[in-house]
Write a new protein. Sequence first.
Length: 207
Amino acid sequence: MVIDTVVLGLIKTNCYIVSDDNGESCVIIDPGSHPDQIINRLRERGLTPEYVFITHGHFDHFTAVPELRDEYDFKLVIHELDTPCFTEYIRSHYRGKRHVEADVTVKDGDVITLDGLEFTWLHTPGHNLGSCVIQCGDALFTGDTLFYEECGRCDLFGGSYPNMLKSLRRLADLDGNFKVLPGHGQASALDHERAYNQYMRESMEDG
């Protein structure tokens, strides 16, 4: 598995381009802004996106989608609870000029495969209703659920600190030391978060 990170915009959203070692197709995770940067990286690597995954329905994780649609034919995937967030944003900001909607809505435990890669969707509410972590091999793409020694804020619409703790406990209980690739900020490892993340430690104590 090859993971390429493109940091986008003022909010510095981590956009991930994930491909098989020898594949020409890829998955884009959280194309938050600046579609030109994403397209240039794809062209440099000779990759074509088959899927775009959105970890949750906040604008800073998907606003490059309409422009990417102009260049590529891919399937857009988001958790079923966050589909309204996406469609309402597109309609309000593009005033009917764009009709981009999710092609696939997922729920907890759904698996999507591409080449030799298997992406498992874990529903991890807390930051908002439809927040997800996507597991592929030894990597966890954690969106705004789990950051380096932090967790996502819980004071926005659909947020819930008790739900966040449950989601962090679920991640802590996974078997193994996964790479943690968050929606913002530096990468980490699950063992590091188990040891040093105060919110994950609280979730483990409460469990």
